[in-house]
Design a binder for this molecule. Sequence first.
Ligand code: G3P
Length: 278
Amino acid sequence: MRKALCFMGKISRPPVKIPRLAVYLCGVPGDQLLQNLPRAEMQQGYVVVAVCPAYFKNSIMLFFVDTANLDHIREAAELGILDGVTTNPSLMAKEGITGEKEVLKHYRSICEIVGKDRDVSAEVISTDFNGMVAEGKKLAELHENIVVKVPMIREGVKAIAHFTELGIRTNCTLVFSAGQAILAAKAGASYVSPFIGRIDDTGWDGMKLIKDIFEIYGTAGFETAILAASIRNPLHIVQAAKAGADVVTCPLSAILGLFNHPLTDIGLEKFLADYKKG
Ligand code: G3P
């Protein structure tokens, strides 16, 4: 979705007027695009003519599970909707995984459960450039699914830029402001992780940050994916999807909460009861 807006953010004014039909020829959902075009532009008959190719390859919101619990990861994978996993040192500690050897073994297990082409974020512990680079390289070598998770600090941004040059994918974590999100994207982070729930905890609006980053990345042309993190409940998932997040990472409980609606249960009960009558 962001790619579409990114594309819209770069409205080019052609020297000649092009009929509105051209929007449909670009392959972009025309109604949506026309709704969002400034009225003045529409009256003048201008349309967007440059299509952002990335829009077509990466416009589906991804679902990650935010846990180091192997049973939860298996359960999410069995649902058939899992695209990846994020972890952090607190989540690893919660599962009692400690010591480098155990931690690396656990990451390998996670990668094997989620399967091919599904990203698994593994966080570095070091806070200095050299330490982060050494740790990140080791993590990246562990499995092709691994994305190196790096904190939003000065040394972290330096490390992300270095990893970008090496072709190692990164997730910039602990992001709480639009300015931090710009730095992460500028360094070439594959993902930026704004912590929605933790912002809400302070009485500020976490979802507003997703909207701001969405707008900024679209306007500035950054390719970094917005990974809405610190998601706590099903409503957060729905709101993040509306706000333009490319990925939501959430505890299994929040994903399962999306299923709940009493009318579904009542309706199914009635269908089954009526079937038995027949
Ligand atoms: O993805 C970040 C997440 O693990 C933090 O969540 O609930 O501890 O704020 P929370």
